[in-house]
Design a protein around this ligand. Structure first.
Ligand code: ATP
Length: 511
């Protein structure tokens, strides 16, 4: 156990923050002890990111007090937070791809001691941190050549090099493989034992139980519970988050398989550098079934969805959607495929699912804006679109239910619900869905899973890509495993084991 210290690392007192009509954080008070790992959990939109952004100086609280190691401080900007030893690692990394690790680290410490003392000092600091915390990374590697997990370690290093003693991580495992997540947690444990205070925002209760010392639960802007991790259970935390009992797992009738609505034959994709991203993919998805694609991210799943959706032209093979065949070299036209009954929930909702500056009402019809009900006489009927969006928000529990709010102003999970609501509500014949519950809270996962099964039971052919094996196992009637751009294995949904799939994902056969 880490040593108990009298002065807490962080004390927040009656922190309050509104964005217009949205009361995002309501009189939150909490205390975080030095050298501990604290979990911050709560539904989408509960206020976790806003609270941490206030602590990191990205937002200013409307009222309340922040104390760092007993001293009252004003956080006017991240610069202030950094000066007080607070660092934050965001989900979206802020590294320059073409620079080396060391160059990024020196840039990150701009204005600090490293720039003055140069590369040699940076190199020796990195070596020291590597020794102390096991944060091994090649300082001369280019960022573009690193895995996501390695890039995240560079972000952590950057923060530590600026002298952070308090580290905030916003859903760090959302982008990591299970192995990378384990490694990250080992590093966090070492940091904690070295006296660093870690705050972890996460939706994954398994992680909370595995790695934290204490946990705060937020609901609708308030901290509704504080627990020592040893004194709680995932079930209790889920109930505290959502305000009701959550039942994970979905009841499903056996698939009633209809005709093949989506087919790929010999599908290949070679990028402009000559690198093969997809290689001879054959697959078929029938109406009334969910086919899950399991795989470590970066093995071609993203490209497969893009090619099937018409966002990228394959270099070889054919795609057949509801009886219509597209050959290689076909430039691809998402609108044409949409007209055939194909819907797509892209993995990267921020860049491909919505336009951040658009109102939620505009996002709710994106891609469908030419339908007569939205654009009679070729002009958007704004009141009709707002009413439509409000209904969608109610049905899919998007919070806050304000069609006039800009898409960027919703929490990550609520953006996801909005995109999913748009695509599912058009009752597609074929649905491509990538990482449907990334960044989504437990209650919403339950809801999204039920909606996907309902869609399948209506006869839709669903191709599901997810890095969450639990999700693949819970939803799929058949599972295909992807590795290095190939389909390397297939398994019936009900009988697949996590271990066997894991081995196939890693390119090995189950014993
Ligand atoms: N810049 C902003 N402008 C307006 N409203 C905002 C802004 N940022 C956040 N909000 C609102 O504040 C509330 C809290 O959002 P926040 O992002 O803190 O939630 P969260 O708990 O981190 O959710 P998630 O788990 O989905 O990331 C939400 O209702 C959100 O829509």
């Amino acid at each position: 156990m880490p040593a108990m210290t009298a002065v807490p690392a962080i004390e927040l007192r009656a922190i309050d923050k509104s964005f217009g009509d949205v009361h995002a954080v309501r009189a939150v008070s909490l205390t975080i002890r030095k050298g501990s790992i604290t979990g911050l959990v709560g539904e989408n939109g509960a206020g976790k990111s806003t609270l941490m952004s206030i602590l990191y100086g990205l937002y200013r609280a409307d009222s309340g007090e922040i104390r760092v190691e007993g001293e009252r401080v004003e956080m006017g900007s991240p610069r202030d937070a950094i000066a007080h030893g607070i660092g934050m690692v965001h989900q979206h990394f802020m590294l320059i791809d073409s620079f080396t690790v060391l160059e990024n680290l020196v840039l990150g410490a701009e204005g600090g001691f490293l720039l003055g003392r140069g590369m040699a000092a940076a190199r020796s600091e990195v070596a020291r941190l590597e020794r102390e915390y096991g944060l091994s990374i090649d300082p001369d590697a280019r960022i573009a050549d690193l895995s996501v997990g390695e890039q995240q370690r560079v972000e952590i290093l950057k923060v530590l090099l600026r002298g952070a003693r308090i580290l905030i991580l916003d859903e760090p495992s959302a982008v990591l493989t299970p192995q990378e997540t384990e490694r990250l947690f080992r590093i966090l444990g070492v940091l904690r034992d070295g006296g660093v205070t870690v705050i972890l925002i996460t939706h994954k209760l398994r992680e909370v139980m595995a790695v934290t010392d204490q946990v705060f639960v937020m609901r609708q802007g308030e901290v509704v519970a504080e627990r020592r991790t040893v004194d709680t259970t995932p079930d209790e935390l889920a109930e505290l988050m959502v305000g009701r009992k959550v039942r994970l797992g979905v009841d499903r009738q056996p698939a009633r398989r209809g005709p093949a609505l989506l087919r790929a034959e010999g599908l290949s994709l070679v990028d402009r550098h000559g690198i093969g991203l997809l290689d001879g993919i054959d697959l078929e998805v029938h109406g009334g079934e969910i086919v899950g694609i399991a795989g470590v991210s970066g093995n071609g799943q993203t490209e497969l969805l893009q090619v099937l959706a018409g966002m990228r032209a394959p270099t070889g093979g054919t795609i057949t959607i509801c009886g219509r065949t597209f050959d290689a070299g076909h430039p691809g036209d998402p609108a044409e495929r949409r007209a055939l009954g194909l819907a797509h929930v892209p993995e990267d909702r921020l860049r491909q699912g919505l336009v951040a500056a658009f109102h939620a009402s505009e996002t709710s019809i994106l891609g469908y804006q030419n339908e007569a009900r939205f654009s009679p006489h070729h002009l958007i009927d704004r009141p009709a679109v707002r009413t439509y969006c409000a209904e969608l928000m109610q049905r899919f529990d998007v919070r806050p239910p304000l069609p006039g709010l800009r898409s960027a102003q919703f929490s990550g999970g609520n953006q996801q619900k909005l995109v999913l609501a748009r695509e599912i509500s058009h009752e597609p014949k074929v649905l491509l869905v990538g990482q449907p519950t990334r960044g989504v809270d437990i209650g919403a996962i339950e809801f999204i899973h039920r909606e996907l099964v309902r869609c399948r039971d209506r006869g839709c052919a669903i191709l599901l890509v997810s890095v969450e094996l639990d999700e693949i196992l819970a939803l799929s009637d058949r599972i295909l495993v992807m590795s290095s751009g190939h389909i390397v294995g297939e398994s019936a949904g009900g009988t697949a084991s996590e271990r066997a799939l894991g081995l196939m994902m890693a390119g090995m056969k189950a014993a």
